[in-house]
Write a protein that binds this ligand. Structure first.
Ligand code: GLC
Length: 624
């Protein structure tokens, strides 16, 4: 009798757990299949491969650096990328990107073993290289949403718009934990805490890769840059070039932390990315206690692959091996022996291929290391279904009807709304009425899609301009769309002509930049921006300031002059999301993902500081 009662109880508990996991809406319950489970398919193929074919799999060339398309076959290339400025030579369009991808993939399929290519692209906030793609808020804005489900949805759409070109690998998410706002890549991080990197990094991997990498809508994700890229010490940045002794302040600099501190602050995004099944990880250009991450056996093999159990493959950053000590061959030997599996050699792929072949023949890189690297790469290709001979590897053009669609833009607009942080709202100026007689708009960024999108948009550095990509909405256009027919919306970049208006809106902030070009020792608003705010204020009307920036800036003077202030970060193409909040259709919910400094002398300022007194604290954000 007792046995059957226990059995019934066990069945009840099991069923209850199943129901809970289904109804809890837990989108992260699906545990991805381990990459090592594909070894039974990988090993027979690996056994057939020549040394040349193996080294080819470890070689990634760039479209813009390709000497001859026949090199895909001659060097058995395992991957091609389009870096920041490596567009189709026939121009930038969905069809031209698709043609380039199919050109390379078709060549790869002509090789003896017909191992398909991975084609990689920096799809960081949408398929941001391609004209007409939906451009989402950069990670700094997504961090302020504190919404993993939304980040997963954004990443899922990004994957779909990448796949529309056939491309199958996104060098994202960046799970950096930026500690110094002067760093040019601050906006690529979700925030200054490991918590945001962990939760939102995991969500981004799940969105990009889906529950199953076999899904033709999934793309391979790449967590980056391992490890500590956002924790470098000011003044240790990379040299500005071979003919100068000048250095960038922070980018690719040195992290000086104990291993315990590094783990707690900078590795959490990788813990969760691995849990979510990330198939590739990109070691950082930067160093840890003087050792370049791209040459660190402790980091890449002992910690990441050994202890953390990462079973995918490591892809180097762009020519990152050039920054290791010694000549080319010793750089390659150091990095490969330390655990690098695939090397991003945009132009010098032929030299890399022959140098690595020599190193193996000279016994300086053991064949066991080559086999391990190729095994990892092939595991991922099998997991993605690329090796399935019945499967077409050309682009699915059915996906192209949703590229830049209204449905995708609606999700981007929702992410803009949830990313906005209201820092000031005196006299309850916000939400604004949709029916005033006149709204006067000012500021260099009010009608500038390029400044809305920031770096990594259409080009590597991005660019200012109203129409940098079709289908977007500037904040000026968004206000014009939102107000009543009887309301007049006027605009002057310098804020002049505001007299007589009911309210003024000034949109200011940064112009686009990427990587080291964004390193800055002065985060103050420009004189042009301050003048626009002053001109608006002179009209004696209430003033709302909207800041478009890749990081917190020094805004004390602007704060004093305005009645309301919103940090909008780099919202992307869907400026209508800003109007949704300022006119009250949606309440603001955004919370700061970075502490806001009072002055340049206070930077770096982070919630983890022992003495912590920022202008606005991490987590701050007003609502109504
Ligand atoms: C860049 C970046 C990296 C990017 C890669 C390919 O230098 O550091 O984030 O994925 O090169 O463009």
């Amino acid at each position: 009798m007792r046995t059957s009662a226990v059995f019934i109880l066990l069945v009840f508990v099991f069923l209850a757990c199943q129901i809970f996991s289904i109804t809890s809406g837990d989108t992260t319950s699906a545990k991805p299949k381990s990459f090592s489970s594909y070894d039974s398919q990988v090993e027979p193929l690996l056994a057939k491969m020549t040394l040349e074919e193996k080294i080819g799999q470890m070689t990634q060339a760039e479209h813009g650096g390709m000497k001859d398309i026949k090199d895909v076959e001659y060097y058995f290339l395992g991957s091609v990328l389009s870096g920041g400025n490596s567009d189709p030579e026939t121009g930038n369009s969905l069809s031209s990107w698709t043609e380039v991808y199919e050109r390379y993939q078709s060549r790869a399929l002509k090789t003896r073993l017909a191992i398909p290519l991975l084609y990689g692209i920096d799809a960081l906030h949408g398929n941001n290289n391609v004209l007409g793609a939906v451009i989402f808020p950069h990670n700094i804005g997504l961090g302020c949403t504190r919404n993993p489900q939304l980040v997963e949805k954004v990443s899922k759409i990004t994957a779909e718009e990448v796949r529309a070109t056939g491309i199958n690998w996104a060098f994202a998410p960046c799970v950096t934990v930026p500690q110094d706002d002067r760093w040019g890549r601050t906006y690529e991080g979700f925030g200054e805490t490991p918590e945001l990197a962990r939760t939102l990094g995991e969500a981004a991997v799940r969105g990009l890769q889906g529950d199953d990498l076999m899904n033709p809508l999934s793309v391979l994700a790449c967590a980056k840059h391992f490890a500590g890229d956002g924790g470098t010490i000011f003044g240790t940045g990379v040299s500005k070039g071979p003919n100068t002794s000048e250095h960038w302040p922070l980018d690719r600099g040195d992290v000086r932390l104990s291993e315990k501190e590094l783990r707690e602050l900078h590795l959490q995004g990788y813990v969760s990315a691995i849990k979510a099944g990330v198939g590739s990880i990109m070691p950082s250009y930067s160093s840890w206690n003087g050792v370049k991450c791209s040459g660190s056996k402790r980091l890449m093999t002992e910690i990441l692959k050994g202890e953390m159990g990462f079973e995918g493959f490591l892809i180097s950053d762009y020519n990152a091996l050039d920054e290791l000590p010694g000549d080319s061959k010793s750089q390659i030997a150091q990095s490969i022996n330390a655990g690098m599996d695939m090397v991003m050699v945009p132009e010098k792929y032929r030299e890399f291929y022959s140098n690595l072949k020599s190193l193996v023949n000279e016994g300086k890189v053991p064949m066991t290391r080559i086999d391990d690297a190729v095994k990892r790469i092939l595991r991922v290709k099998f997991a993605m279904g690329l090796m399935d001979k019945k499967r077409s590897l050309m682009a699915d053009r059915n996906l192209q009807k949703n590229f830049g669609s209204a449905e995708h833009r609606a999700v981007a607009r929702e992410s803009v709304r949830q990313s906005l942080v209201v820092l000031k709202n005196d006299k309850k100026l916000l939400p604004l009425s949709k029916k005033p007689a006149r709204i006067h708009m000012g500021g260099k960024s009010a009608d500038d899609l390029g400044n809305q999108c920031g770096g990594w948009t259409i080009s590597w550095q991005g660019q200012s301009g109203k129409d940098i990509t079709p289908g977007g909405t500037t904040i000026l256009q968004a206000v014009q769309n939102a107000v009543s027919k009887g309301t007049k919306v006027t605009f002057s970049k310098d804020g002049s002509g505001a007299n007589g208006a009911d309210v003024g809106i000034v949109v200011v902030g940064e112009t686009p930049y990427a990587e080291m070009f964004g390193d800055s020792t002065d985060l103050s608003l420009s004189k042009e921006d301050l003048a626009a705010i002053t001109n608006m204020k002179k009209a004696g009307i209430p003033v709302l300031v909207i800041l478009l920036s890749g990081r917190p800036m020094i805004i004390n003077e602007a704060l004093e002059q305005c009645d309301a202030f919103i940090a909008a970060w780099l919202p992307g193409t869907e400026g209508q999301g800003v109007a949704d909040v300022i006119f009250g259709d949606f309440k603001p919910t955004g919370k700061l993902s970075f502490s806001w400094p009072r002055s340049m002398s206070q930077i770096p300022v982070n919630i983890s500081d022992k003495s912590y007194n920022p202008l606005f604290k991490y987590g701050y954000g007003l609502t109504w």
